[in-house]
Design a protein around this ligand. Structure first.
Ligand code: CA2
Length: 152
């Protein structure tokens, strides 16, 4: 089948407290702000033929709503569920509704941190996980997602 020339829509979800990136705890999460990450992804997306939408919320239900919407509007998802990674069955269940590639993203290496961060209730329902590459991981995730969408 001929490849469509239209851009694919992809969604990037940032979970709780990630709006504080670049403003607190730079030793763990770096100095780049969330706006800078989103701008960089939007620019990279253009090169890759992707229209990138970014969404941040500190509220579990708002993230669940956004994932449900993604089922009909998006071709791929990058999600940093932040602290909900370790606790949220609601976000996990919402991800199970999707039939698109999903990349779970962590700025830090969660397996090198406190034991409670070693468990992700998301990783076995995600297509892949990227952790520990700092904010550069978001660009790696977007490049991987572009390839996954192309190969579908
Ligand atoms: O490494 C990651 O990306 C995390 O998902 C970040 C979460 C943490 O709970 C996960 O275990 C790993 C925390 C996000 C909080 O972000 C902040 C950013 C700047 C300042 C304070 C918090």
């Amino acid at each position: 089948m001929a490849q469509s020339k239209e851009n694919s829509n992809v969604l990037v979800i940032h979970g709780p407290n990630l709006n504080m990136l670049g403003k607190r705890e730079p030793e763990i999460y770096g100095k780049t702000t969330l706006d800078e990450i989103n701008a960089s992804l939007e620019k990279l997306g253009k090169r890759l033929g992707l229209t990138v939408e970014a969404f941040q919320s500190n509220h579990e239900g708002a993230i669940v709503d956004k994932i449900q919407d993604a089922a009909v509007t998006q071709k791929g998802l990058i999600i940093n569920p932040a602290a909900y990674t370790h606790t949220s069955i609601a976000i996990r269940d919402a991800l199970l509704l999707l039939d698109i590639p999903v990349i779970e993203l962590h700025i830090s290496n969660i397996y090198k941190r406190e034991p409670f961060r070693h468990t992700s209730v998301i990783s076995d329902v995600a297509t892949a996980q990227i952790a520990g590459f700092g904010v550069q991981g978001y660009r790696m995730a977007l490049e991987a997602l572009a390839r996954m969408i192309q190969n579908r």
